[in-house]
Design a protein around this ligand. Structure first.
Ligand code: COA
Length: 373
């Protein structure tokens, strides 16, 4: 009986279909990702972040929202978010970047705004709060947002504390935010949808998602990927370093994926974005090493798990790209949240418009005391 019941349980919900979405499609076998109708490599290369937000929110609401309206609104909302920084107390600045974001985003007031404008306020606030957290932590003065700039460029400007950015840096951060903006029912997006399904508010929905993203099995991996590259240092050290990690029962960060059985297409899109930085003359110190470590990790993992394909995931080249853009490793996961906020908010809207209370079932395997009531 117990065994029969156990086989019915899908512990990680693999393969369980719970909704339909017009936002993104993950094809794990083929290694394709479509975001708001575009292949991820095309979107990463050609789309502006605000256009992508407009497409996601339009698809979620089934109405047309123009990219120029989103661009204008994001600029206005970044300026608004800067007026809220006084509410972020010492506890926020003392915390880790994701904890700081989780707490500060929870103060965002979206009352009175149209649904997609509330989403824009959350996207803008995530960018400004994340940049402010790092400035304060490192004692750098925080620049004021520049509402006329594209959102991605203004975020990087604030996050680096550098007033002028080169076009290569602007394109690099835009490519990153677009690439990771949405990705099917990943753990944080599912969390956002579960909260939305209770008819709760959008702020609660995305705050829950930030908490889920923080975990090292999800969005907490890129910092450790950079640690790994630095610990390996030279290509010839890769094999012994990786094998000793596995011998200690540790996982190789940036490798493997729940859905993809081939290389994560976002790893390829972000690797191209790093190549573009290199072509523009930027020093991308970890690209060659990362390629070698990836190749070796694939081989080492293949030996251990011959029947399971474990390839590079998005976090592998996220670490290389964000490092090349000048961001500190403690800013990597918060920067993931800055981009993914576009997807979370769109899923919130879509779940509210089309979804149903998400309430799965469980099997009780605890004690039963034979006590008469
Ligand atoms: N390094 C070493 N072994 C790995 C691994 C990795 N990165 N990823 C998976 N494995 C191993 C597991 O230990 C497991 O081995 P076992 O069968 O001997 O227990 C086997 O491969 C199957 O893994 P499973 O736990 O079923 O995979 P999953 O679908 O639950 O995990 C991840 C997907 C992403 C959580 C997993 O690949 C991982 O932990 N990767 C590293 C963290 C990371 O990069 N996260 C970012 C994801 S975008």
């Amino acid at each position: 009986m117990q065994t029969e019941i156990k086989t019915q349980i899908k512990e990680g919900l693999e393969g369980v279909l719970v909704t339909a979405t017009a936002l993104s499609e993950v094809d794990g076998g083929g290694g394709h990702l479509t975001i708001a109708g575009y292949p991820v490599e095309v979107a990463t290369r050609d789309q502006r972040f605000e256009a992508l937000c407009a497409q996601l929110w339009s698809a979620a609401l089934n109405e047309t929202i123009e990219p120029h309206e989103v661009e204008k609104c994001l600029g206005k909302q970044r300026a608004w978010a800067a007026t809220q920084l006084g509410r972020m107390g010492e506890a926020v600045y003392a915390a880790d970047g994701m904890d700081a974001l989780r707490t500060s985003v929870s103060f965002v007031d979206v009352s009175g705004l149209a649904p997609w404008e509330a989403c824009a306020r959350l996207v803008a606030s995530t960018a400004v709060f994340s940049a402010a957290w790092f400035s304060k932590k490192t004692g750098k003065p925080l620049l004021a947002p520049s509402p006329k700039l594209p959102h991605a460029a203004d975020y990087l400007r604030l996050a680096l504390g550098q007033d002028q950015l080169t076009p290569a840096l602007e394109n690099g951060i835009n490519a990153y935010l677009v690439c990771i903006s949405d990705h099917g029912l990943n753990a944080s997006t599912f969390t956002a949808r579960v909260i939305a399904s209770t008819a709760s508010d959008p702020v609660s929905s995305v705050v829950g998602a930030i908490g889920a993203l923080k975990g090292p099995l999800h969005g907490g991996a890129p910092g450790p990927v950079l640690d790994m590259l630095e610990a390996i240092g030279r290509p010839e050290n890769a094999i012994s370093w990786l094998e000793s990690q596995l011998a200690e029962g540790k996982r190789i960060m940036g490798m493997g994926h729940r859905i993809y059985r081939v290389r994560d297409p976002r790893a390829s899109a972000l690797e191209s974005a790093v190549e573009n930085l290199e072509k523009a003359g930027l020093h991308t110190k970890n690209l060659a090493l990362a390629r070698e470590v990836e190749r070796t990790a694939r081989e080492v993992l293949k030996k251990r798990h011959p029947n399971r394909s474990l390839e590079a995931n998005v976090e592998f080249y996220t670490a290389v790209l964000l490092d090349a853009l000048g961001l500190h490793r403690s800013q990597f996961s918060p920067t993931f949240a800055v981009g993914r906020m576009a997807g979370w908010t769109a899923h919130y809207l879509e779940q509210r418009r089309t979804g149903r209370l998400i309430r799965p079932d469980s099997i009780y395997n605890g004690k039963r005391f034979n006590i008469k009531a």
